[in-house]
Ligand binder design. Structure first.
Ligand SMILES: Cc1ncc(COP(=O)(O)O)c(C=O)c1O
Length: 470
């Protein structure tokens, strides 16, 4: 019998969580059930998802920033279709794939400095792994410096650069000699670089965790220090790149900033095919691939596949043809103005961190007595809890997918596709306003939901404490 994927999807609809729980990741299913993300999706198009009841949702989670061009973009689908319909062979292995060469040329045209060479892989974390190895090979030094609250991926090397202890717990020791420095701490950075064993300083120009926008002055000072101590700068644009910030790369907001290595992934392939890229100078590349017997000393079997390369070229085409950098800036400004206009009305709402369509909405301690008590109560249960009081009703009551921006930060992040309509912005702003109105009534139904989830948080914490003891 021929394989019928649609029949499989129809048959498992609604039962997928049980099946996933049994054979893939039961703990994740538990989380999905608690926060109400256990919906049965049947369709995705542009910025929208539909569940099996036909309800339309606005997807501002966008698979953690992958769907920068929306789902099922016709240009990207069209490029993939052409590859599938073509006889042209991919992955010959001993070959120089032409689409890879063209995509590499197109990427190098768009990045700052003289970065003329690209290594392709299949994910963000792999792009970072390559960057770590390239910087070690180029400098002959073993260590890296990263920033607190950084996130660069979860394979062992990238995890060594993770600013969040809870990700590392249980997997240490990781790569030796890495140091975390707080953004802004130039003295600490200089003291560390002065030991002259640091191959690279690794940073996200806009930290995904918390949407923390690093300042121009800070990053230019870091660049001076890196040049002084001959440390390379690795710029992680995996989330902030490909137009997300309103420039092709977020580091391009800073005149004169020229990282030595740039990592891209997520939106690079427009959401269809995994793809990562590590872009650097030929001189650095030559230190890695330094003799014929080392011509593929760093490589991966599935790198440079025709589907991924075609999707990458299509994504760049969409970015240019739809004028998405300008649109990201204009739409981002509309979000900012709308959110800032609400700040004086709502005690919990503190402000917005925004560059293009990378947006963090900040919440914090209120002033009035009763709301202060509510704030203290939820934070006592779990510092991660308050942001869920925004994310959950946005989904349940307003059908909008968003995310908490990191561990123990009362910030909600949205990563809308760059080509959304003004009506989508208004949908979100109206929803946020409604959630705020309801949360400012304490006690009230909005808080009851939170306390229910808080019970689960408490048991998770108790379990953590227990395992720390045994
Ligand atoms: C800034 C940044 N770097 C690296 C990664 C890791 O990418 P991947 O999940 O594709 O390994 C992510 C993923 O969220 C990210 O946001």
């Amino acid at each position: 019998m021929p394989l019928d994927i649609n029949a499989i999807l129809a048959e498992t609809s609604g039962k997928n969580f049980d099946l996933f729980e049994k054979h893939v990741n039961p703990v994740f299913v538990k989380v999905l059930r608690i926060i109400g993300f256990n919906r049965s999706w049947v369709r995705g198009e542009g910025a929208y998802l539909w569940d099996k009841n036909g309800t339309r949702y606005l997807d501002f989670l966008a698979n953690w920033g992958v769907f920068t061009f929306g789902r099922r973009h016709p240009t990207i689908r069209g490029a993939l279709q052409q590859v599938l319909d073509s006889d042209f062979p991919g992955w010959v292995g001993f070959d120089a794939p032409p689409l890879a060469a063209v995509l590499a040329r197109e990427l190098t045209k768009r990045v700052p400095g003289n970065l003329d060479t690209v290594y392709f892989c299949n994910s963000g974390t792999e792009a970072i792994e390559a960057a770590i190895k390239f910087s070690r090979a180029a400098t002959g030094r073993p260590c890296t410096v990263h920033l607190t609250k950084s996130f660069h991926g979860l394979t062992t090397g990238a995890l060594s650069l993770n600013g969040e202890a809870s990700f590392r717990r249980g997997f240490e020791p990781l790569l030796p000699g890495n140091s975390a420095i707080a953004p802004g701490d130039l003295e600490g950075l200089e003291a560390r670089l002065a030991r002259r064993d640091v191959a690279a300083f690794v940073f996200e120009p806009i930290q995904g965790k918390g949407v923390n926008i690093l300042s121009d002055e800070y990053l230019l000072s870091v660049q001076n220090l890196c040049r002084k101590y001959k440390t390379l700068m690795i710029c992680d644009e995996i989330q902030s790149g490909m137009g997300r910030s309103g420039r092709f790369l977020a580091c391009q907001w800073i005149d004169g900033l020229q990282p030595d290595i740039i990592c891209l992934s997520k939106a690079l392939s427009g959401g269809y095919v995994p793809l990562g890229a590590t872009i650097t100078r030929r001189a650095i590349y030559d230190c890695v691939y330094d003799s014929m017997d080392r011509a593929i000393v760093h490589a991966c079997t599935f790198g440079m596949g025709n589907l991924a390369m075609a999707a990458g070229l299509a994504a760049l085409t969409v970015l240019d043809d739809e004028n998405l950098l300008t649109r990201a800036n204009e739409t981002g400004a509309r979000f900012r103005q709308g959110i800032e206009a609400m700040v004086p009305r709502f005690e919990f709402l503190k402000g917005v961190r925004q560059r293009g369509l990378m947006i963090g909405i900040e919440f914090g301690k209120p002033d009035s007595m009763s709301l202060k008590a509510a704030w203290a109560m939820v934070n006592k249960i779990d510092e991660n809890l308050f942001a869920q009081a925004i994310v959950i009703p946005l989904l349940d009551d307003h059908h909008i997918l968003t995310q908490v921006a990191g561990h123990a930060v009362p910030i909600v992040k949205i990563l809308p596709p760059l080509n959304i309509q003004d009506t989508d912005v208004d949908w979100f702003l109206g929803a946020l306003e409604d959630v705020m109105v309801k949360l400012h009534k304490f006690p009230g139904p909005a808080w009851e939901v939170l306390m229910k989830i808080g019970g689960h948080a408490l048991t998770a914490k108790q379990r953590e404490n227990r395992s720390a003891i045994t």
